[in-house]
Design a protein around this ligand. Structure first.
Ligand SMILES: *[C@@H]1O[C@H](CO)[C@@H](O)[C@H](O)[C@H]1NC(C)=O
Ligand SMILES: *[C@@H]1O[C@H](CO)[C@@H](O)[C@H](O)[C@H]1NC(C)=O
Ligand SMILES: *[C@@H]1O[C@H](CO)[C@@H](O)[C@H](O)[C@H]1NC(C)=O
Length: 364
């Protein structure tokens, strides 16, 4: 994995301390500004102030689970009678784009929007509770959620970050290195039951030890790579470890690998017990005959991370690659670290085992 690239390498060292500040500033400063300034943020009506706050400014979830984003409002001084307010939750996707509506509620009535329709509700456990519950979390639900409370002309808000926990994997397509423009990278990750990783997700993976010397697209259109062990062909031996960035690249013209993100898995991935080794087409059929499908790369990673899938047998995976997942490293099963090992893309007529994916969830 040698990084010899013609682009000027815009090396941005994103070290631990810096990044913690960076993720912290996004909501807390905004939030405090809006409460402390005497500008538009602070409200005064008949000497009463509307206040909005959250007990948790970052919430973590996994795919398929529910997330609870706390938000509550109150008045200072306290009011004797309840007021009718409008609560609006909106969302700024981590992948970039515009803030969009998630839910609007007036009293007991509420309405969800877009992808969130049918998946969002307000908790309303006590007076002033505007906590949002998002069910069936999807990989692309990450981002900044704004809880806005509107009382007449008065308007206050707080921001809660939602992050998904999961696993980041570098992806290089069958035909070689640095072939994907941004759209193709997006599609490639989607084809493998995953999504382009956000910077936060890649950073987390770097903290967990991801060391990868091929630059890949991230969801925000930047191209970066994580280095835990600095070395010459990988940006220079003298540079401190970190997530190195080429910055924003042209989404159509520039080509790189991709960093995909997957989270917990519904159903399971398994190595098919079969007497004979199979070529790629036979392997596809064998999974089908077993009532399942050939596993996608993102599914193998999710099963490795969340179901401790561990199997020292190389098997076909849906993209035509040959891989095996090791959660308990041992002799003759690859390097000493846990990981999903890859043998690249062998000729499709070669005979190997196969990993299948079954969506059936065991009822409890
Ligand atoms: C998520 O919330 C829904 C609706 O409130 C509930 O029916 C479901 O059991 C919850 N799922 C989990 C995994 O907690
Ligand atoms: C988010 O992911 C879901 C499920 O994969 C998909 O249906 C939806 O279109 C995606 N939403 C956006 C905004 O990309
Ligand atoms: C796999 O083997 C079958 C015969 O069992 C053959 O028909 C098929 O073309 C082979 N597929 C590939 C990709 O070589």
């Amino acid at each position: 994995m040698v990084l010899g690239h013609h682009l000027p390498l815009l090396v941005i060292q994103l070290l631990l301390s810096y990044c913690h500040t960076a993720t912290g500033y996004t909501n807390r400063f905004f939030y405090q500004d809006s409460l402390n300034s005497n500008g538009n943020g602070e409200i005064h009506f008949n000497g009463v102030q509307l206040r909005v706050d959250s007990s948790q400014l970052s919430v973590f979830g996994t795919r398929g689970a529910n997330a609870t984003l706390p938000c509550h409002y109150w008045y200072e001084p306290e009011l004797s009678s309840a007021r009718r307010v409008r609560v609006k939750w909106s969302w700024l996707p981590a992948a970039g784009g515009l803030e969009t509506d998630v839910l609007v509620a007036i009293g007991p009535r509420h309405r969800g929007f877009g992808d969130f329709r049918g998946r969002v509700q307000l908790m309303q456990d006590f007076p002033g509770d505007a906590t949002l519950v998002v069910t069936e979390l999807q990989l692309n639900d990450t981002g900044r959620y704004r809880c806005e409370v509107i009382d007449g002309l008065e308007d206050e808000s707080v921001i809660v970050d939602l992050e998904l926990q999961g696993v980041v994997f570098p992806y290089q397509p069958p035909h070689g290195r640095y072939l994907l423009n941004f759209q193709e990278a997006q599609q490639t990750c989607a084809d493998q039951d995953s999504i382009l990783a956000t910077f936060e997700q890649l950073f987390q993976a770097w903290e967990d030890g991801l060391n990868w010397c091929n630059a890949g697209w991230l969801a925000d259109g930047t191209v970066q790579y994580p280095v835990t062990q600095s070395r010459e062909p990988c940006g220079g031996a003298g540079l401190a470890p970190g997530v190195r960035s080429y910055g924003i690249r042209h989404r159509l013209l520039h080509r790189f690998n991709a960093f995909c993100f997957s989270s917990s898995l519904r159903g399971k991935v398994y190595y098919l017990q079969n007497m004979d080794k199979l070529n790629f087409t036979e392997a596809q059929q064998a999974c089908q005959e077993d009532g399942s499908k050939m596993a996608k790369v993102g599914q193998v990673y999710a099963a490795w991370r969340y179901q401790s899938l561990d199997r020292c047998d190389a098997g076909w995976v849906a993209d035509g690659s040959l891989r095996y997942p090791i959660s308990r490293p041992r002799t003759n099963c690859g390097p000493p670290e846990p990981g999903v090992r890859s043998f690249g893309f062998p000729p499709l007529q070669d005979k190997h085992g196969v990993y299948c994916y079954s969506a059936v969830i065991e009822k409890t």
